[in-house]
Structure formats: C-alpha cells, structure tokens
Design a protein around this ligand. Structure first.
Ligand code: PMP
Length: 418
C-alpha cells in the first residue's frame, strides 16, 4: 500500500470526448436523485447509442440464423456477423480473420485454450506460469487443468507497489513452462504490465503465451503482431458492446493444431457414426448458434472506438487516472492498493477500518457507482493482507468533475468512520 502519487493539474477533456459522452444515453439518468457517476467500468462499460442501434437494427431487419440458410435474411446476418469478425481482426491487427474466434467472453476464451490447446500437450512435470495479480478467470481454468494433468501452476510475485517481480519471472521461466498467461492491465490495481519484453522472453524459450487483454483493449491500442502473443482474450461487455460475446485471438498456425472445444452444429465438416471431421479454425471452435447480435454489435463498438481513436482515449485517460490517483492519495484516511508506474482503468483503496461494502453503499446514495469486494482477485487481496477493497474504475466518458464528486463523497464517508 502506498500513496505517493504526485498532484496533477485538472485534465482538459478533448472536445471529441465531450461529444462522445453524449452518445451514452444511460449517463444522462440519475441514481437516488443525484446525477449518475458511473465508476464501475472495469466490471462492465456502458453502451453508446450506435451499439444499441446496431442490436435493434439486427433484430428489426436481419434476424436469422447464420452460416446455414440460403434465404436473404440468413445471408445478410451471416455477412454482418463475418464482417464483425473482420473488424475484430483489424482492431487487434491480426494477420487473418480466421484468427478470431467468437466466444462468450474472456473467461470462455481462456477455458477454450486450456481445453483445446494446452491439455493435450501437458505432462505431469510441466508448468503453467501466471502472476499473483490475475483475475480468477486466468487462475481457475489453469488450476482445473493442473488437477486433471498433474502439471503445476507457478506464480510470478507482485511487489508492494503493484508491479510484477521481474527477477523472479526470469527464474520461473524455465523449459518446464508450457504456457505463460499474463494480464495486460490489472483489474484491481490498474497496473499496466509492460508485457512485450515478457512475451518475447517466453517466445525465445519456445513457450506459448496468452495475454488477458480484458482490461486493456478499451483503454489503449493493442496490436497482437507487435506484442507477439500466441493468444489474446477480451470480453465485449467491457469494450462498450453487449454481454455474452467475446474474443479469442489465436495465431493461425496454433489454432490449426488445436482440438475442438465443444461439439455440435457448425463446427463440423462431415458427421457420420463411423467418424466425424471438423472445420478449420475459427469454425472448429464455434459449436452451435452464437450470439449473432452480440458479435455484430461488438463490431460496431470497435468501429466507434476506432473513429474516436484509441490514441486520443489513451492520452486523455492517462491524465484522468493520474488526476484521480493524486486526488484520492491526498485523502489522509484513504490507502491506495499499489502505486504502479503506469496505471489504467482502475484504482482500488481502503478507507481506514471501513468495510468496502459500506463505502460502496454510502457512495451509492450519492449517485456514485463503484465496486466493493475482491474483484475476482482473491489471491492478490490475500497478498496485501486484505479481504476486500473499494474500486473506482474509469472509461473515456468519465470526467474530472466526476473524480471531484468521488473525492467529495469519500471525504464525507471518512467523517462517518472517524
Ligand atoms: N480478466 C480480467 C482482467 C477481467 O477484469 C475480467 C472481468 N472482470 C475477466 C478476465 C473475465 O471477463 P468475463 O467475466 O467478461 O469473462
């Protein structure tokens, strides 16, 4: 725990971002009679009108099952869904559209890699390397796999400031490691991990890599070729698209080697009782009817972000987060979780002995939505000797005035617990 963030000036909100905020109808509503201040974006972001309209348009004009129909609606729905795959591929700078597998979200994407890629390769003497700051979605699938195979899970420690212990990372990166799976941006501390050199070291030792980008793709440009990861996962609902849709990016050479995930319609070439053959990626991993409207809407969300510009978003959010961290650190009763060199998205904290749920409830009465709990990072909280923290998490549509409202409400809360 540390509170050394330097005071910063109030950021100026770029005109394009001021205008973009107006695209989010929900941000105009009130909560408990106060203007809504939505600071739970790491859990799920709000949706712009363009994405809401894309969903409505799909159900009003194109709704039909995809990949199978010969009629017009099915052809149009298929084209829209496959166009969305192309949008995801371009958003991540994938080499080919077939490297994009649609899933339910980051969690399912990681489970898919565990089942279809790693499990068949794993021997009891092998290891899976993750870090102490992972979300449960990047812990539990590997624990389950370790139970099934006898392989071991190795953990890169996290220092008090919320940064990875890179010396220990170097020591843990042995030839026994078969997969290195790491979070890009911590959903609890907000640490931006400098993953490129870590991925390169793993690659140089022939170790497969997975990047959990659930908390980075909405905040900064992410380029899979530049980063050099084998797999990358993210969830639609954290990037201004609906729930129930997400992405697994996998390098095509690796996807080609992988066994199916679930069996069913759409993932097969031929089915007979004497044997079944499977389609190439990505269809091999997409059994059954997918979330068609969700996929299409995800494409629109990525169009929206690309038009606004991830560079613009990243520059503004960096200032907003620095401002928020410095303002929160200046509240004497508050302790911030970690003090990372680069922070994105989230700031977690405790307020004296107050239970984080009580802080969340008090802030809610002020119209301010934050999260309280372990944020699906129980091991990280255990490492800091905590059961829970309160977390404010930001998207590009948040403003310095909302940071100020948070600070006022926390100062008021502090008096209640004094
Ligand atoms: N990884 C990280 C870093 C996350 O923050 C989350 C969601 N909080 C997930 C994975 C899992 O995402 P989902 O629940 O959408 O599958």
């Amino acid at each position: 725990m540390s509170q050394t963030a330097k005071p910063t000036t109030v950021p100026t909100v770029p005109p394009a971002i001021v205008a973009a905020r107006e695209d989010f109808p929900i941000l105009r509503r009130s909560a408990h009679g106060k203007p809504l201040v939505y600071l739970d974006n790491a859990a799920s972001t709000q949706k712009p009108q363009q994405v809401i309209d894309a969903i409505t348009r799909y159900y009003e004009h194109e709704n039909a099952n995809i990949h199978r129909g010969v009629h017009l609606l099915s052809t149009e729905a298929t084209a829209a869904y496959e166009a969305a795959r192309g949008k995801v591929a371009r958003f991540l700078n994938a080499v080919d559209d077939s490297e994009i597998v649609f899933t339910r979200g980051a969690t399912e994407s990681i489970n898919l890699v565990a089942h279809s890629y790693l499990e068949p390769l794993l021997q009891p003497s092998d290891e899976i390397l993750i870090s102490h700051m992972e979300h449960h979605a990047n812990i539990v699938p590997w624990q389950l796999l370790a139970e099934r195979t006898g392989a071991k899970l190795k953990i890169i420690p996290v220092a008090d400031d919320g940064e990875l212990d890179l010396e220990t990372f170097d020591q843990l990166l042995t030839e026994r490691v078969k997969l290195f799976a790491i979070v890009h941006v911590s959903n609890a501390i907000g640490t931006v991990n400098d993953v490129k050199p870590l991925l390169a070291k793993a690659k140089a030792r022939g170790i497969a890599t997975l990047l959990d980008a659930a908390q980075s793709v909405q905040h900064m440009p992410v380029d899979v070729q530049d980063l050099g990861c084998d797999f990358l996962v993210f969830s639609g609902h954290k990037i201004f698209a609906p729930t129930g849709i997400g992405t697994l990016y996998g390098r095509r050479e690796i996807l080609d080697t992988m066994r199916p995930y679930q069996g069913g319609g759409d993932m097969i070439s031929r089915v007979s009782f004497s044997g079944t053959t499977y389609k190439p990626p990505p269809s091999r991993f997409e059994a059954g009817t997918p979330h068609i409207a969700g996929g299409i809407a995800l494409g629109f969300a990525l169009d929206y972000l690309s038009q606004l510009g991830l560079e613009t978003i990243h520059a503004y959010e960096s200032e907003l987060l620095a401002y928020a961290a410095s303002q929160l650190a200046a509240i004497p009763e508050l302790n911030l979780l970690g003090n990372p060199r680069h922070r994105s998205g989230a700031i977690s904290f405790t307020l004296q002995e107050a239970h984080p749920h009580d802080i969340g409830t008090i802030l809610d009465t002020e119209g301010i939505a934050i999260r309280a709990g372990h944020h699906c990072c129980e091991p990280l909280h255990q490492r800091f000797g905590l059961n829970a923290t309160a977390r404010a998490s930001f998207a590009f549509y948040n403003t310095p005035a909302e940071v100020d409202a948070l600070v006022v409400a926390l100062k008021k809360a502090a008096t209640l617990f004094a």
